[in-house]
Each structure stands twice: as C-alpha cells, then as structure tokens.
Design a protein. Sequence first.
Length: 317
Amino acid sequence: MENQANSRRIVIFDLDGCLTKDQWRRATIPEGARQPKEFELYHSMCDRDEPNQNAIDRLESHIQNGDMIAIATARPSLPDVGQKTVEWIKSHTSLKDPNSFILMMRNPNDDRSAVDVKREMAGYIKHYADKMALQIAVAYDDRDDVKQMWLSEGIPAAVLDHERQGDELEWPNGFGVAYGFEAKQEAAPVGNVNGDKNPGQGSEPQDARVFFQGHVSTQHVAERLIKAINTFNERAMIYGQNDIIYARVMAELFPNGLTLSKAEDFRMFMNVMHLVGKLTRFTGSGMKDADSVHDMITYSAFAELLAGEHNIFVQPV
C-alpha cells in the first residue's frame, strides 16, 4: 500500500452485506431483535462469510488509486468479533496491515440502529478528515437507509452489494463541492462513478468505538497520538477488559494487601503479577491463546527460582 502515502482521499465501505455475503447468517437474528445479545450468534460467525466480489473489486480499485480505506460497520467491538473482522479483511483483501486502514465498530452495549451508529461514525471520520486535510470521496453500503444517512452528512454514497455494483452514485443536495475539497475533478471516485458533493455538518461523537488505523507519519505530535490510539485499540480488540478482570483476581488473592521491602521481593512479585495477567488473558481468549500459556510457563520458572529468595509478607485474611 505504498501508493497510499500520498493519498488525499478517504473511501468508506460497509462490511456485512457489502464486502461480505452475510445473507446466510441473517436467519440467526430473531424477528424484531434490538438487544445486542440477540445478535451474538449472527456476529460470532462473521469470519465464515464469503467475500462479495463486486465490492472487493471496487475496494481494490480504490486501493490501487491510492485512496485511504475506512470500514464502517455496525458489528460490535467485542474482542472476538473485532479479531475475526480484522483477520477476514486481511484474508480477503490486500489490506494486510491493520495500520493501513481505519476500522470503525459499534460499542458492544449500543442498541441503536445501524443508521444512528453510522451517523456518529460520520462525525468521527469527518473530524479526522478535517484534521488530516483529507477528502471523503464516497461511502458504500448495502442499505438504502444508510446511504441516505451518508448523503445527509454531505458525503456522496452508493449502494453496493452482491447485486448492485455501486455505480449509481448520488451526491448530497446536488451541490458541486466535495467534502474537504473544492475541485470537482478531485472528488470523482474511481470506476464508473462521477459527480460532486456538499460538505455536511457532521455529528457529535457519543458511543461508537472507532479504531483510527490510518496511515499517518510520525512527524507531528498529533500524528504520534493517533498512532498510540491505533495501538491501544488494536490491543483492546484482543484483550478486552482484561485489566478489570486482573484487578479483581489480585484483590481476591491479596484482600488485605502484602508488604515488599527489598529488590528480591519486587522481582518475585513482578512474576506473580505477570502470571495472573497471562492467566486472565488466556481465559479471556476462550482458553485458545497458546502464547499466554507459554508466557505462564516462563514466569512460573522464574517464580520457582525466586521462591526462597524473597521476604514478601502476605497479610493474613
């Protein structure tokens, strides 16, 4: 994705029903479902979707054109779903590096409609585009109501699914000004779509969880902070709320505290902390993260070595 280094445009894609063929999973959603729990089975199988070649071809065209890719999905940002989502994208597109695209997912406890969630995402992406001096060229989605939302936010949009090719692009309010740019020729997306668009006002961010994994340099403080957010959110997708679980386990192990006084004490306790942390990470992964098990073996060996070398006093219960 070297050609993206000089890109001045962002292109937005939906996942379910757009880049992926999710029709087979929809039967798992109860009629009239609204609560996040009712969509758990549907989301849990997202990694088994076949790619929608129409949309993949369009995505790859934009990548070749040097456009920055943003994926806006109503999937919840649960660790398992987030990891499956990133792996699916890496497996079925040329976006192999998570830092080469933006991934936006809903907060796990957010039961708002996809339209409302993505309207909030529009606010985030427009704010990001403003800060980075980028143009939002077009948004693709498989739903007409979401397309209308993008249009209402001043972003050109088209329906793209397994039947519709994304060629029937609509421009907001018929204006000839692209969001972030003033030249019509710069606003035209690749492929057969042409036209102009109008700047929208955007929405105030509320609850959507956004993974800004855009390609940014490290020349400025603001860009360094964005890269730090990338790392944080990448880890959050894998580890979830492990810190909270870790804290509860440690509180149960040492309810009345403990006393450390010399270097050997701190060295021993460091291994205990790592052991507990790796254990909670392992259980949090559904007991599938083999790396955490390997780490526990290592820290256990250190703990055995230091078992008779410390004077840690554990306050009795």
